[in-house]
Design a protein around this ligand. Structure first.
Ligand code: TMP
Ligand code: ASP
Length: 245
């Protein structure tokens, strides 16, 4: 496979075209940003760790029948993916109150939600990725009603499978962000990444609200030991994958 030109550079990944128009190469970077890139830094080894974790999670989801853009991982920080047209919506699934849900509703951190909450945010850095209502989604024609229903269903299924997987790792899945895309058949499939950058992951055996954090909140909130936490998540993922073989 020959790699052609840079198609797009995001905050955490670079996408390259390949000689096959249906296949792109994603290069995972160590760069880290938070608060709409107002805070910038680097997490050493993150590119390799997030690529590896995402690859395993996509394969786990594929095995449960969830279609994803994942093809394979030709190098430690690279993933070959199906080219899709990204739906410009960030889909957040929450099981436990944290982050912006606490800030915007006053719910105490750690409140277990009676049922998972699926939220849609407009993927638009200039506007600061605002929370959307279903009506605004339709107004902006970001997705059809049918696509929104499909995405909601998929997000809830993915949540169920991921909760089970992370539980095996001794990790509580607090919340996470997904992105979906339309493949060449206009089918909605899971895209982007699933990693400690895009999930809140709490060590299930630790009660201390700062010590239990194993995800990008360590970077966002200057909690320290960011690299160690990412490494520990990867080690637990590899162990779970091994024991599922
Ligand atoms: P929030 O509580 O800040 O809205 O974040 C919800 C989840 O989405 C959390 O797991 C982190 C993830 N997330 C991203 O992946 N990218 C983002 O730009 C933001 C704001 C959150
Ligand atoms: N996507 C956010 C940023 O711009 C990062 C985050 O909070 O996860 O910088």
């Amino acid at each position: 496979m020959s790699v052609n030109s840079k198609l797009y550079e995001g905050k955490a990944k670079i996408l390259y075209t390949t000689d096959n128009p249906e296949i792109l190469l994603a290069d995972f970077k160590d760069d880290a940003t938070a608060f709409n890139a107002q805070k910038r830094g680097s997490i050493v080894g993150k590119g390799i760790i997030n690529c590896s974790i995402s690859s395993h999670l996509f394969q786990h989801l594929e095995a449960q029948g969830i279609k994803t853009h994942y093809i394979d991982s030709p190098a430690a920080n690279q993933m070959r993916v199906k080219a899709v047209k990204i739906v410009p919506v960030e889909v957040v699934v929450r099981n436990i109150a944290a982050g912006s849900l606490c800030q915007q509703t006053g719910l105490p951190l750690g409140t277990v939600l009676k049922q998972p909450l699926v939220e849609f945010y407009y993927k638009n850095d200039e506007l600061g990725d605002p929370l959307l209502t279903r009506d605004r989604l339709q107004l902006m024609e970001l997705a059809t009603e049918e696509q929104v229903a499909t995405i909601t269903n998929l997000a809830l299924q993915i949540n169920k499978y991921l909760q089970g997987f992370w539980q095996q790792c001794g990790i509580t899945l607090v919340d996470f962000k997904l992105e979906f895309g339309l493949d060449s058949q206009y089918e909605v499939i899971l895209a982007d990444e699933i990693s400690p950058d895009t999930c809140r992951l709490w060590d299930a055996t630790v009660d201390d609200p700062n010590l239990r954090v194993m995800d990008k909140d360590r970077f966002r909130r200057d909690l320290g030991n960011v690299e160690n936490a990412y490494q520990e998540v990867l080690q637990r993922v590899l162990k779970a994958v091994e024991s599922n073989k």
